[in-house]
Design a protein around this ligand. Sequence first.
Ligand code: GLP
Length: 241
Amino acid sequence: MNVIIVKNAEEGSKRAAEWIAEQIRMNPQIVLGMATGGTFIETYRHLVEAYNEGSVSFRHVTTFNLDEYVGLPPSHPNSYRYYMDQHLFWHVDIDLTNTFVPNGMAVDLEEECRRYDWLIEQAGGIDVQLLGVGRNGHIGFNEPGTSFSARTHVVRLAESTRKANARFFKREEEVPTHAITVGIRTIMESKRILLLAFGKEKAAALRAGFCGEVTENVPVSILQKHHDVTIIADEEAWSEV
Ligand code: GLP
């Protein structure tokens, strides 16, 4: 595991964007697994800057997002499709038909999960998976207790996760109760992983994930078993490891 400790989120987001841009330059046809959440907003902003400076192109990049809320259409400002469009895709030269986000509006959600796994398989799997971490140790929307062998599936969100994400919504009741998430198994099959964690509210999740045993109760702990993980964390997030 390659751990990069930075002073704060600002420095971490810059380092992350440089790291991701380098992966794209090394493999312009890269298949990227994308994450959302507050953590990645600045990283994507720096990637847009790098694109504007001409130091990276997304022309041949394919992306698969980790998760999406059930019941939010792509045009909803809190959907993860909208997040990606707004923070990255609309500002770079990516071919939007090569950007995939689970469809949280699908009539048959189980079928949508199977379709998403099939699409990832057709693309040859994920080359580089970007990950944030929830305060309770979740990755994607794989909440504590999720089987490590799960592929894409529908989850009921933990109340603590709904509370944590309520800051992006007008009212807490508006936070969807369910989501579609890529499973831990698919995440573990990706060739490389980049995990970002900033701020003291992530410290407990990192301590449980990297100082303790590998357990389904702390989804992020599975990364101890992956052969190519880079972590960029700020001093606060890493303070208890
Ligand atoms: C969200 C997302 C995760 C994200 C995590 C942390 O619920 N589903 O993919 O990594 O929780 O979010 P944030 O970066 O806002 O702390």
